[in-house]
Design a protein around this ligand. Structure first.
Ligand code: GAL
Length: 829
């Protein structure tokens, strides 16, 4: 041993010394969205650094070229895909970046739809078929020396159509970052913080396990320290762990575990989404080579076969909606404020959960769910090997599914909002014995990376002997879409299993449209074989919650079935918002979905208030329909209400009676012979008025009213104000069928990012400065520039008094999660 000592010492010394003793470069994350050039079409030479892109269109990402196009029935994505153009597009960006010997440079894409190929200076970095997955490439060795310009070129191929059952969008539609790290650094998605794996979380103490993956780009092992500090929401240090003298071998196979304890942990919940941050430092030779931050939350949850879901030991029904990735008039191009607005509207309805149907979302949407207190089902696929559309992901499934699924879990597993992984939606292998093998493989893939969360798959087949996905026996939770009549049998059919209702309802509604009588339900279409021959000539569906497809249901019975089944942990209504594509039940020109509780423009439909009355504690009283009918018509008047015993309806001051909800009906209804005038509903509790709602017969359109959801904006080129246009009569009543063409004039440092009116069969473009009102309303989305200043939006229409609204764009707005609305006054000019 004595003879060996000097040798061992030498070895240790050589291990301990990194390649260069200079100050390590550390980590830099640069937003890489600006300064791109775009060309719609294919151009074989565009990957070459020297290619001349001077004539290409300059733009800032995220970008969706489909949403800029014109609707056309002949577009290859078909009406199901939204009826907008797809094709091939190229993006190029010229930039300078230096990489020292101790540095690594990466490009990170959050999502490119689809079949992307990326080149740096003419060198292919890789291709990625899946349009919803995040990925990165290393640039280091292809970068040009001495600060010479580099060229990134991205080819996006969405030409093979149809490849989706809904609107996908086309392009680099999520954020892009340039990340530089030291040669010794935490790997990509290289931390996993978990609070439920090791020991129970108590009021006094929460164990925090953190797995850390470290990469070492040097060609030999290096000794280093790994320090993790946990900070609370105020930035106070609440725990620390230091691992000394660990050997970091060359490559990225260095995994370390740390165990920290947070005393008196603040739990993450939907009411109080408390977040901690773990700061991990890699220290070599006394210097910090990397500092990497992971946001996380401390919470426990459980799914129980009898009692459903509980969060932090408290029972909690999952009250969720399904959401697609598009943002209405903005298309698939991700915008943080647009996503936040969607969540705010859903939260005001009482929604506490989102199913990311049916693919991984933008990472910032998960951040929002963490911050705002939403529970999340993160979903990987809409198909496996068996196709739903000829050119869809089934073609790439074999080669890519493992990697795609691993990347989803690696990227997303630190989000406290995520409480369940879904490996697929209505997968065809459910009906085929190959489903058993694939389910086992996919579940094992998830569990290898995260054993703290249950895995499910959204199924349709409730007979165990016919369902090969459930037969695999590895799903922790069984999730079913529709068929709520079958719920009572589920506990016997699948003993011991917890359940989720991953889709309910799928009822059709067009905002502001009502088909009488309200108590006859339209089943459009009647079954899988019959084509829809009935339906409305103007492609509308009734907002009385009385239209549905044969596989779906109207809202009330579906929600009641979930409410009455304590063994069902919760539900996700199909769907929260209308989305582009899947325009069931109608053919062209219908081009967006009818299922939403909120229309594509963000205006709630009536069924929104049904859920609000059931899912929140606040008093609700919502009266429908409008009060402009033909003389002599019999009109059904509905009210959704809560926190009251009864509702009285009055027409022109005369009582039409007081009604109470029954056990099976979540609204009250009066059948009223129409007479113009004032309809009033009064809800009362123990004889005392709780709320009053009034709707008046409107006269001719006279003026425009503008309301901005936020009037103090950030001058960051991203912030949005959603400005609602309402067409009013001379007395200030909404004109319920107004269809005026509204023109927008904008002045100041901003632009109009999109316009909409929520009508599912409108073929007007979303990128425009005018929009027809639909049932009295339309929307303009104002986007700031990077210049501060006053923004003025004027809306005018022939024969109407115009309106003007003023917005302020400045260095910082009031916190974006708080609304700061503004309403216009008619300007009279
Ligand atoms: C389901 C499907 C959803 C959507 C919905 C419409 O079967 O999972 O993606 O298509 O039907 O009702």
């Amino acid at each position: 041993m004595r003879q060996l000592l000097p040798f061992l010492l030498l070895l240790l010394l050589s291990l301990a010394r990194p390649a260069a003793a200079a100050q390590p470069p550390g980590r830099g994350v640069e937003n890489f969205n600006k300064g791109w050039k775009f060309y719609l079409g294919d151009e074989a030479q565009a990957k070459e650094a020297g290619f001349n892109d001077a004539g290409w269109r300059p733009l800032t990402l995220p970008h969706d070229w489909s949403i800029e196009g014109r609707f056309d029935e002949k577009n290859p994505a078909k009406p199901e895909g939204g009826g907008l153009p797809t094709g091939i597009g190229w993006y190029r960006k010229t930039f300078t970046a230096k990489a020292t010997k101790n540095q690594r440079v990466y490009i990170e894409f959050d999502g490119v739809y689809q079949q992307s190929e990326v080149w740096l200076n003419g060198q292919l970095l890789g291709r990625r078929p899946n349009g919803y997955i995040s990925f990165r490439y290393e640039l280091t060795r292809h970068l040009r020396p001495n600060g010479q310009p580099n060229v990134l070129a991205v080819r996006v191929d969405n030409s093979a159509q149809p490849n989706s059952r809904w609107y996908s969008g086309s392009g680099i539609y999520r954020n892009v970052r340039l990340v530089t790290t030291s040669a010794i650094a935490v790997d990509h998605w290289g931390t996993f913080v978990s609070t439920m794996r090791l020991a129970p979380v108590t009021k006094e103490l929460s164990p925090i396990g953190i797995d850390i993956q470290v990469s070492n780009a040097f060609d030999r092992s290096i000794l280093g320290n790994i320090e993790t500090v946990i900070l609370d929401a105020q930035g106070r240090k609440v725990a620390r762990d230091l691992k000394r003298e660990v050997s970091l071998s060359s490559g990225n196979a260095n995994s370390f575990g740390q165990l920290l304890y947070v005393k008196q942990p603040q739990l993450w919940s939907v009411q109080r989404p408390y977040l901690y941050r773990a700061q991990t430092r890699i220290i070599v030779g006394g210097k910090v080579w990397d500092e990497y931050e992971t946001t996380f939350g401390i919470r426990t949850f459980a799914f129980d076969a009898q009692t459903g879901f509980s969060l932090n030991g408290q029972p909690l029904k999952i009250l969720g909606v399904n959401q697609h990735h598009d943002l209405g008039a903005l298309g698939a191009a991700f915008n943080l404020r647009a996503a936040e607005r969607q969540l705010q509207l859903l939260q005001q309805m009482g929604c506490n959960a989102i199913r990311m149907s049916h693919n991984p979302p933008a990472p910032e949407l998960l951040d929002l769910c963490d911050r705002m207190g939403f529970l999340v089902m993160d979903e990987a696929f809409d198909m496996w090997q068996k196709k739903k559309n000829g050119k869809d992901y089934h073609q790439d499934f074999k080669a890519w599914h493992r990697r795609d699924l691993q990347d989803m879990v690696r990227r997303d597993r630190n989000h406290p909002s995520i409480i369940v992984w879904s490996i697929g939606n209505e997968i065809r292998e459910q009906f085929d014995s190959t489903g058993v093998r694939l389910t086992k493989e996919l579940v094992a893939t998830v569990k290898q990376l995260d054993s703290t969360r249950p895995v499910t798959s959204a199924l349709t087949e409730q007979e165990p002997e016919k369902n090969f996905i459930s037969q695999a026996g590895v799903l922790d939770i069984l999730s079913f879409n529709y068929k709520h009549e079958g719920y009572p049998k589920l506990p016997q059919s699948f003993p011991g299993k917890p359940f989720l209702a991953t889709e309910i309802a799928a009822a059709f509604e067009t905002r502001g449209h009502y088909d009488l009588p309200s108590d006859s339900v339209r089943v459009w279409p009647l079954d899988g074989k019959t084509k829809l021959t009935t339906g409305n000539a103007d492609f509308t569906a009734s907002s009385y919650d009385n239209a549905r497809p044969y596989w779906g249901s109207t809202h009330e019975p579906a929600w009641l079935a979930v409410k009455r089944s304590p063994f069902i942990a919760g539900t996700f209504v199909w769907s929260g918002f209308d989305y582009l594509g899947e325009p069931l039940p109608y053919p062209w020109p219908a081009r967006s979905s009818y299922f939403g509780l909120i229309d594509l423009a963000g205006f709630p439909k009536d069924a929104y208030y049904l859920y609000q009355s059931e899912w929140t504690d606040k008093p609700v009283l919502h009266l429908l329909p409008h009060w402009n009918w033909r003389a002599g018509q019999t009109v059904d008047v509905w009210a959704y209400y809560s926190q009251a015993d009864e509702v009285e309806l009055l027409l022109n001051g005369k009582s039409l009676g007081t009604k109470k909800k029954s056990a099976d009906q979540l609204h009250v209804m009066w059948r009223v012979p129409y007479a113009p005038g004032t309809l009033q509903a009064v809800s009362r509790k123990a004889g005392k008025t709780v709320l009053t709602r009034t709707i008046k017969t409107a006269g001719a359109p006279a003026r425009i009213e503008l309301t901005a959801d936020r009037s103090a904006l950030r001058a960051d080129g991203l912030d949005l104000s959603f400005v609602t246009v309402r067409v009013l009569d001379a007395q200030g009543n909404l004109v319920p069928d107004a269809a005026n063409q509204v023109k927008f004039d904008l002045s100041g440092p901003a632009s109009i990012a999109g316009v909409d009116n929520g009508y599912q069969a409108s073929l007007e473009p979303f990128k425009a400065t005018e929009r027809k009102a639909y049932n009295g309303q339309c929307l303009a989305i104002v986007q700031t520039s990077e210049q501060a200043g006053t923004i003025t939006l004027k809306a005018s229409a022939d024969g109407l008094q115009p309106a003007t609204i003023t917005l302020k764009s400045g260095a910082s707005s009031s916190a974006s999660t708080k609304n700061n609305p503004a309403t216009s006054v008619a300007t009279g000019n």
